[in-house]
Design a protein around this ligand. Structure first.
Ligand code: NAD
Length: 404
């Protein structure tokens, strides 16, 4: 009798595994598997992707790191109480699966993460006094054990941790030898926790996605390590809300030769991410990735302003108001305003599942280096200058056509 082929299982290792976004993803994944909710929002469920070897949702196994010691179920209840985005009756049906995920979450590191993030960490994380090399090795071992004990073909690591303060340029960012030397000498000054996670992921031979704006997570030196390890990687900062709308709308002005004079954008959000972004240091990372889109699409400098304010009562229901002042025929000035009210985690969770499936398929196909075809998912797409959402989407379609 021919032996029955086991389906290949893919690990999804989430850094920040008990955060709002990760929790929404984990609950949603298990509810989709049971057929209790639709697969809305997942691009990888569309017909364009049918020829690509993406893992089935049933074959994804989730684990990860966090610095807080709660449970995924408790995080989900917190989200239910705040926003009602996670249906409570359905949540109870997958409680056992969520406990299994908890069993695969390990304590992470807050090395050089800044005061706002360090305050979040449980006391056991604060007590970590190991050398940088020992921390990288421990993270790598956590990932390798996860792969071995769950009989996984491969693991995709996704950074969903709180946004770190930006780090100033230093030789450790551009030169892999300098980065390795700093780790060996135990000098954390020019690196952050995200640097150590990425190093460990590449050393463990994993594909890697930086969904956060943290600029220490995928520096040129780390990209060099990714290339040397022969794995695919992509980032940075998921494009899910106001910036997504901007990158779809700004090209319209360009196509019609309407001159944009000013583009003001005000964002308000009230969840833990918003609280961390209220810290001026951490906010600087986000403002940088959000502000770079417009002049790049329009091709000329213009007056722009992006503000992010923490409004506790809004929780994860982010609100953005954009005012666009533009000039048309006879230099006549007109304006457009839009209000975007989206739930951050609901918008982002399916993108992260898509990114994990695309990354796993790329690894299966033997691809390595930056996955430029995934630019449409990011505010600062790695190695791609194109910011126009329409062109970016066509880059993905082109990849899918040539890959299938
Ligand atoms: P969150 O604050 O709810 O979750 C972050 C999680 O990361 C928390 O559980 C925290 O304990 C954990 N964490 C912090 N530092 C860590 C470390 N060093 N190691 C391991 N875990 C760590 O935030 P969120 O809303 O889930 O967003 C997650 C990240 O995704 C943020 O950086 C955010 O800016 C980014 N992002 C989110 C969206 C979106 O939700 N629409 C879009 C783009 C980018």
């Amino acid at each position: 009798m021919p032996s029955k082929k086991r389906p290949s299982r893919t690990g999804l290792w989430l850094v920040g595994a008990r955060g709002g976004l990760a929790t929404t993803l984990i609950v949603g994944l298990h509810l989709m598997r049971r057929g209790l909710v639709s697969r809305n929002g997942l691009m990888t469920e569309g017909p364009e992707v049918s020829g690509l070897p993406v893992p089935a949702l049933d074959d994804l196994v989730v684990g990860g790191h966090d610095i807080r010691q709660s449970t995924v179920f408790d995080s989900a209840v917190e989200i239910y109480n705040e926003t009602r985005t996670i249906p409570y009756d359905k949540l109870l049906l997958v409680r056992d699966e969520l406990s299994e995920v908890d069993g695969r979450i390990r304590l992470g590191t807050v090395t050089n993460c800044g005061a706002a993030i360090t305050k979040l960490a449980s006391r056991r994380v604060g007590a970590d006094t190991r050398s940088l090399r020992a921390v990288v090795t421990r993270i790598r071992k956590d990932i390798e054990e996860f792969r071995a004990s769950n009989a996984l073909d491969q693991v995709v690591v996704v950074n969903l941790a709180s946004t770190e303060p930006p780090i100033a340029k230093a030789p450790e960012h551009t030169d892999l030898a300098a980065l390795r030397a700093a780790v060996a000498r135990n000098e954390p000054k020019h690196l952050r926790a995200s640097t150590l996670y990425t190093m460990a992921a590449f050393e463990a031979g994993c594909a890697y996605v930086n969904f956060t704006p943290s600029n220490a997570a995928l520096t040129p030196a780390l990209q060099q390590l990714g290339r040397e390890s022969g794995v695919p990687f992509v980032g940075s900062d998921g494009k899910t809300g106001e910036t997504l709308v901007k990158s779809a709308l700004a090209p319209m002005f360009k196509y019609r030769h309407l001159k944009v004079l000013s583009w003001q954008g005000y964002n308000m959000l009230g969840d833990r991410d918003g609280q961390i972004l209220a810290d001026p240091e951490n906010k600087a990372s986000k403002l940088k990735t959000k502000d770079s889109v417009l002049s790049s699409i329009l091709g000329y400098p213009l007056h722009t302003h992006v503000a992010i304010d923490y409004v506790r009562s809004l929780s994860d229901l982010k609100t953005a108001w954009d005012f666009i002042h533009f000039e048309g025929f006879l230099d006549y000035k007109m304006s457009l305003q839009f209000t975007w009210q989206g739930c951050d985690a609901i918008l982002a969770a399916p993108l992260v599942i898509d990114l994990a499936r695309f990354s796993a398929a790329a690894r299966r196909r033997g691809e390595s280096g930056p996955m430029s075809h995934l630019a449409c998912f990011f505010k600062s797409p790695l190695g791609v200058d194109e910011q126009d959402l329409h062109f970016q989407f066509h880059m993905l379609l082109e990849y899918l056509r040539s890959a299938t």
